[in-house]
Design a protein around this ligand. Structure first.
Ligand SMILES: [Zn+2]
Length: 263
């Protein structure tokens, strides 16, 4: 749903974008269709929006948590797939990631892996590891052995709402960048001050994931509308201001990451 204003804003600013679709897993099912149809359902929604614009849109599965889920997305037509084995021991993460890469690369579908920990909680993903940072030498070996096309790394960011002001570990980022040549990905970007985001992009982050802030923007728009119209009951009415907030937020962040006009 939040993909629509993202596509609209990107179209106006000529920005190539990646729409993330959260992996929906049992216990956190928000549509009563079960795993496979849910992945296909979201895909169809964003595809419809993407087909109405001239900018490049990537349909990306975010945090695929198993080989089966990655394959469901692959078969549904996703053009980019994340397999997140970061909670597994190093060798098992390599095995899982490589198994997904082997299938996806046969059809030229790129794969994002993750090494190190993104803290916090996003949907039912949870991490509270003591040392969240990605080891640069492990990252180098991971990329070489798995063949991933991009790598999400642990540099001190977390999913969800930050308690204080987050601090991205730029030294770890630069150290990983120095030995790994695939694009690097920062998760948990919501709430990270714009200056740090700009610095991270300068140091080699190629994709930033925002989720929580989009949810907050949407909800703020809805809340404001409901405060002024307490008797409103039509979702079309109160979701419009939510979408408007998301659009404004996305436009501002696209300036921050420097992607305006790149499509
Ligand atoms: Zn994430």
């Amino acid at each position: 749903m939040l993909g629509d204003p993202v596509v609209v804003t990107a179209s106006l600013l000529f920005i190539p974008i990646t729409i993330l679709v959260a992996a929906i897993v049992p216990g956190n099912v928000i549509l009563p269709f079960g795993d496979l149809p849910t992945i296909g359902y979201y895909f169809a929604n964003v595809k419809a929006a993407a087909e109405r614009t001239k900018i490049p849109v990537v349909m990306h599965l975010d945090h695929g948590n198993s080989f089966a889920m990655a394959m469901q997305a692959f078969r549904a037509g996703y053009t980019s797939i994340m397999i997140d084995g970061s909670k597994l021991p190093f060798e098992e993460n390599i095995d899982l990631t490589k198994s997904v890469v082997n299938v996806c690369h046969a059809s030229n579908v790129p794969v994002e892996g993750e090494l190190g920990k993104v803290g916090g909680k996003e949907d039912d993903l949870e991490n509270d590891d003591d040392n969240p940072y990605t080891d640069p030498q492990e990252a180098k070996e991971f990329v070489e052995r798995t063949g991933v096309d991009s790598l999400a790394i642990g540099i001190g960011t977390a999913h969800g709402v930050y308690k204080g002001i987050p601090k991205v570990n730029m030294e770890v980022l630069s150290a990983v960048r120095a030995v790994v040549d695939v694009p690097l990905v920062m998760h948990g970007t919501s709430g990270v001050p714009d200056e740090q985001v700009r610095d991270a992009v300068r140091r080699g982050i190629c994709k930033v994931n925002y989720a929580t802030d989009l949810r907050i923007a949407f909800t703020n728009g809805v809340k404001a509308y409901m405060n002024n119209n307490p008797n409103a009951f039509d979702p079309k009415k109160y979701s419009a201001p939510g979408m408007k907030e998301v659009t404004a937020y996305v436009a501002q962040k696209m300036q921050v990451v420097g992607s305006v006009g790149k499509a």
